[in-house]
Design a protein around this ligand. Structure first.
Ligand code: ATP
Length: 300
């Protein structure tokens, strides 16, 4: 096999609780991660020599060793002692620095793809261990498709995926750096109750209308202080029929959850009048929807 092309999905956080700052500088979190069907495409191609070349159609994404896909490939080269060359092409559709995990997803997909392209025979648990070395959100994109993340977000517990849920994503074309949002977080003002415990059973039972009452993101208020437009988008989604709207991860993307696909579609039309990037998506319920069968079989 000379080349492999794989879809690389986005995620949203259906709840994000932030606890104390740990000694390693990271905050302890508890979150519900959910894959949605907005994709980048990653193409991995064998090339001569042992170098790694990255190319991306979005010029705000680095093409050097700062790209997470480069680090994923280098990790495999070093860890498994492979000296093969590789071209990684990223076709970006997921907004960058947007709380949608695009870079983490690209890195996870690179690990999965190389396992197949280079015939490494690595099993799922091993790939997840390697993913943890690349970043806290990376393991989730191998684990799928809805899970609770604890620790830095990398200790995963599976949740049943239930029915497909229509989700509208709105990005105001403003990048928020994750470290800025955490630095400006006032832990004294965060949600006292741990609503993850309340949200999980509602999601598992598919009681979407009720989740609006419990959904939360401890990072949202500091992000809104910096960019009030986040609040405007939340209100707009709500007025267009979303059962709830919330910022994803460290922002700046806001998602709206809908119970009806056509209402979500109509909301997208109306939101596109503004200068925002708007995406009509659905939750992903099975990894087989995204990753080719040969990729999934090769890690079993
Ligand atoms: P995080 O919470 O990890 O910051 P995010 O979803 O908010 O994730 P990403 O789109 O993953 O944001 O990008 C975060 C940063 O990572 C950006 O500054 C970007 O330059 C860098 N980056 C490195 N590799 C990639 C990649 N493959 N795709 C997108 N960004 C990347």
């Amino acid at each position: 096999m000379r080349e492999i092309k794989i879809k690389s999905p986005a995620k949203i956080n259906l709840g994000l609780k932030v606890y104390r700052k740990r000694e390693d500088g990271f905050h302890e979190v508890e979150t519900i991660l959910q894959m949605v069907d907005l994709y980048d495409t990653i193409t991995l191609r064998r090339i001569e020599g042992d170098i790694i070349v990255v190319s991306c159609n979005n010029n705000s994404v680095p093409e050097d060793e700062n790209n997470l896909v480069y680090r994923a490939a280098e990790l495999i080269q070093r860890h498994i002692k492979v000296d093969k060359g590789l071209l990684i092409k990223i076709d970006k559709h997921i907004p960058v620095s947007a709380g949608l995990g695009g870079g983490s997803s690209n890195a996870a997909v690179t690990l999965l793809g190389l396992n197949r392209l280079w015939d490494l025979g690595l099993k799922k648990d091993k790939l997840i261990d390697l993913a943890k070395l690349l970043g806290s959100d990376v393991p989730f994109f191998i684990f799928g498709t809805r899970a609770i993340g604890r620790g830095r977000g990398e200790e995963l517990q599976p949740l049943s995926s239930g029915e497909r849920i229509p989700i509208v994503l709105v990005n105001p074309n403003l990048s928020l750096s994750t470290s800025w949002v955490y630095k400006n977080l006032n832990l004294r003002l965060t949600n006292k109750e741990n609503s993850i415990n309340l949200l999980t059973p509602l999601l598992e039972r598919g009681e979407i209308k009720k989740i609006g009452r419990y959904i939360f993101n401890d990072l949202e208020s500091s992000a809104i202080k910096r960019f009030p437009v986040i609040k405007d988008i939340k209100d707009k989604l709500w007025s267009l029929g979303a059962v709830c709207s919330m910022m994803s991860g460290s922002g700046s993307t806001v998602f709206g959850i809908f119970t009806d696909y056509n209402i979500a579609k109509e909301a997208c039309h109306k939101l596109r009048i503004e200068e925002w990037s708007v995406f009509l998506t659905e939750t992903i319920v099975d990894l087989q929807e995204i990753y080719p069968g040969e990729i999934l079989r090769s890690m079993q």
